[in-house]
Design a protein around this ligand. Structure first.
Ligand SMILES: [Zn+2]
Length: 340
């Protein structure tokens, strides 16, 4: 089978490897589609502090079950699945309290261990989610969807609330979609008009182009000056954090999703004056089943997010393009061949 190897930072190539063999309790999977995430770009560039080389990137994917080692009453060869790509130690203080997503020694596929940019891989059955009748391109979006869905769960977004999402990349738009499933009214802010257009097509109540609109103007037009009940920060930029504080209503919740690397300066008394709940949010394995169910029922449409599909033989160029900040693409999927 063939795999995409990042051999050294900045260099990727397609290599031939032995087919993997599933251990007892594991399935052999044939990958169909895998999304390129920011962390894959970091692995490719060598800016990901946890990556070692060579490394197979990728943690967002859909696949078909080829074979199962053992007996399963839930899965059969031919089933279409997605999988939870995070591995916990099960023993740290977070794991002992049931906070598996916050494991101190979490290992994510494609970063700490080999990922999904390969034709075949093995996974424990207990991390698989079968999806009947779901487009395998959409199914590869469940993992990024889970980041947004967990965030709105953390913020306890409720029906009728006014929510602002800052950042209209794939994660921001999936956060918006998640808030919509809870009956909220959602506005989206970004600086790329094309992305704001996608936000509207996916159900945003309104958008703000922050190249020209100010946060006070956004608060005035969307909330009659009240401020937003929930603000979701999905860029990781310092200015977005201070914008989020400014956009928040008294007593609002602010949830941080964007993984920033730069420091931010702000006056802490504003958190006290507004009595804000500031929440961090990371991955969550618990919501995968819920999201697969939403896709199976056709309750959400994530298809506008997958703006480009490239064959895995062109993964290097796709990673280079993503590293260069490939314009208006939201989610680029790497396609692997179906069963022969
Ligand atoms: Zn742990």
């Amino acid at each position: 089978m063939r795999a995409v190897h990042v051999t050294t930072p900045g260099t990727a190539e397609v290599v031939e490897l032995d087919d993997p063999t599933p251990a007892p309790g594991e399935a052999l999977l044939r990958v169909r589609f895998a999304g390129i995430c920011g962390s894959d770009v970091q692995t490719f560039l060598g800016t990901q502090p946890f990556a070692s080389y060579p490394r197979v990137p990728g943690h967002e994917f859909s696949a078909e079950i080829v074979e199962i080692n053992g007996v399963s009453d839930r899965f059969s060869p031919g089933d279409v699945v997605t999988a939870v790509p995070y591995f916990q130690d099960g023993t740290c203080y977070a794991c002992r309290r049931g906070l598996l997503n916050a494991c101190e020694h979490n290992e994510t596929m494609g970063v700490h261990r080999d990922g999904a940019f390969q034709e075949l891989l093995t996974m424990p059955l207990d991390r698989l989610h079968r999806a009947d009748g779901v487009d395998t391109r959409d199914l590869a979006l469940v993992e990024p969807f889970s980041i947004g869905y967990h965030a709105v769960r953390r913020a306890q977004v409720a029906e009728g609330e006014r929510v602002l999402v800052i950042g209209a990349g794939a994660i921001g738009l999936l956060t918006m979609l998640s808030a919509l499933t809870r009956g909220a009214q959602v506005w989206v802010a970004d600086v790329v008009p094309a992305r704001l257009g996608v936000a509207v097509s996916m159900g945003a109540r309104g958008t703000f182009d922050l190249r020209t609109a100010s946060i006070p103007e956004a608060v005035a037009s969307a909330t009659d000056g009240d401020g937003f009940d929930v603000v979701c920060e999905a860029t990781g930029l310092p200015v977005s954090f201070t914008n989020a504080i400014e956009a928040a209503a008294q007593g609002a919740r602010l949830v941080l999703i964007g993984n920033g690397t730069r420091e931010v300066t702000f006056n802490q008394s504003v958190l006290i004056k507004k009595e804000l709940d500031v929440l961090g949010s990371r991955n969550s394995r618990e919501v995968f089943g819920t999201l697969v169910d939403l896709l199976e029922r056709g309750a959400v449409d994530v298809s506008p997010l997958r703006t480009r599909i490239v064959p895995f033989t062109e993964a290097t160029q796709a990673l280079e393009g993503a590293a260069a900040g490939a314009g208006e693409d939201l989610k680029v999927l790497i396609e692997f061949p179906p069963a022969p």
